[in-house]
Design a protein around this ligand. Structure first.
Ligand code: PLP
Length: 454
């Protein structure tokens, strides 16, 4: 058997998704109605999501079967490969064994199609003909554009302005798959107009784009909304990553000591980590879990654990999570997918309870790690994924210093072929680091509603 890559058969593709909520000693708190402070019922979400997804959002079931039609689409690129990074290990002179699961082999180039395909399927089943969504770097928008194309659904994408400017090729990819793309904030929605009034040059943010997409879905009967991260059902769909990885680590004859993912809204980290975290919660394994985030948007390491809105305009229910404040607009770092003020409630709770650690990194250090990775393993990582690579490199160096064999598994959530502009800036020495925006966060934290305690 190859000592470089571990490949599964199509028949090894998981036939169910795993729900960590079934195994958590203490549940994450329920979403609250901002007006009454009481838990919301399913009807509150019905204008936005099909009932099947709302049920998954609140499901206590440990496993949910994956519909055949969804598995058939997954088979275009799944199971994805798991690699052992021998050359990176050598470059680092570490006794650690470094493994990575590579989600960049999907047609859209990241893990995001795992949930996009499922969401498009359930919307089609519910008779929905139009979806709206937000996208940061364009990874989510392209994943959903691909999925909607498969299931005959029209898609309008609100793309964060700074990325719209930085990444025209992502927009063209979405348009190729049939989606309509606009730069957010737009003047077409109340939420967009309100932001533009305050700041006509607004770079936009994921929170703002979410507000716009939600507003359009909530005010049009034929239109639903789709979110690419954060929510329970999104994390659920991503667990195919971890389930496959467990089988592949068995093929390699190893079990990870530390599991790493980058964290924007928490979905790719969750996808890899949660099936393995079950072993920690249920079987007493001592595996460590590390979520890596940007220093410019350090939700887990510097945020508050409290109830806050998921969007910038206070339209969503309140969710219990680590947050920098829903009005916080993160600096324009190149990891567009990590520029989110909040974090998935499930991941937030696991961090709060000490099952998951968090680390924050500057983008130039993340690019240093990306370059070292590209020069040893050849794959050009997405800037987001580079945060996970850096965390893995740090673990490997710590193992070297401690003289111990450590088995490291990280998620390479996507490739960086659409991020060459960022690579160019890095290579020319023009990449800026944004220090932790303490004042802006302080102001945004002051605007968090005082409802409920998480
Ligand atoms: C969107 C994205 C992320 C961040 O989102 P999560 O929900 O935290 O996974 C990370 N990596 C890539 C490649 C992405 O496209």
């Amino acid at each position: 058997m190859s000592q470089y890559k571990y490949l599964l058969q199509e028949s090894d593709l998981p036939d169910q998704w795993y729900n960590i909520a079934a195994d958590m000693p203490e549940p994450a708190g329920p979403p609250l109605d901002p007006g009454s402070g009481q838990p919301i019922g399913p009807e509150a979400l019905a204008p936005l999501f099909p009932m099947a997804l709302i049920e998954q959002e609140v499901s206590p079931e440990r496993y949910t079967p994956i519909p055949d039609e969804v598995r058939e689409v997954y088979k275009l690129w799944r199971p994805t490969p798991l690699y052992r990074a021998h050359r990176l290990e050598k470059a680092l002179e570490t006794p650690a064994h470094i493994y990575y699961k590579y989600e960049g082999v999907s047609p859209a180039g990241s893990h995001k199609p795992n949930t996009a395909v499922a969401q498009a399927y359930y919307n089609r089943e519910a008779g929905v003909t139009r979806l709206t969504t937000e996208t940061g770097a364009g990874q989510w928008g392209s994943a959903l554009a691909m999925a909607c194309n498969f299931f005959g659904i029209e898609l309008k994408v609100y793309m964060v302005n700074v990325s719209y400017e930085q990444k025209p090729y992502r927009r063209i990819m979405m348009e190729t798959w049939g989606a309509q793309v606009v730069a957010s904030p737009t003047s077409e929605t109340n939420s967009g107009r309100a932001i533009l009034e305050k700041d006509p040059q607004s770079p936009g943010s994921l929170g703002i784009a979410i507000s716009e997409a939600m507003e359009v879905a909530a005010t049009n009967d034929d239109t639903n909304y789709s979110l690419g991260s954060v929510l329970n059902h999104v994390l659920l769909h991503q667990t195919v990553i971890g389930q496959e990885s467990i089988k592949q680590m068995e093929m390699a004859g190893e079990y990870p000591d530390v599991v790493i993912g980058c964290a924007g809204g928490g979905s790719n980290f969750a996808g890899l980590a949660l099936p393995l975290l079950r072993d920690r919660l249920v079987n007493g394994k001592k595996t460590r879990f590390v979520a890596a985030e940007p220093e410019a948007c350090p939700t887990l390491t510097r945020g508050e654990y409290t109830y806050d809105f998921g969007d910038a305009s206070s339209m969503t229910p309140l969710m219990p999570m680590y947050t920098l404040g829903h009005s916080f607009v993160p600096p324009a770092i190149h990891s567009g997918g990590l520029r989110y003020h909040g974090m998935a409630p499930l991941i937030s709770k696991l961090v709060k309870d000490g099952h998951v650690e968090a680390k924050a990194y500057h983008q130039t250090s993340a690019f240093d790690a990306a370059l070292q990775f590209a020069r040893s393993e050849a794959i050009l990582p997405a800037p987001e994924s580079s945060h996970a690579i850096l965390a893995a490199v740090e673990e490997a160096i710590a193992a070297r210093e401690a003289g111990e064999k450590r088995v490291i598994l990280f998620n390479l959530s996507g490739h960086g072929h659409f991020d060459l502009g960022a690579y160019e800036q890095y290579l020319r020495g023009n990449l800026e680091d944004f220090s932790y925006p303490a004042e802006a966060v302080k102001e945004a934290l002051a605007e968090i509603p005082k409802v409920g305690s998480a």
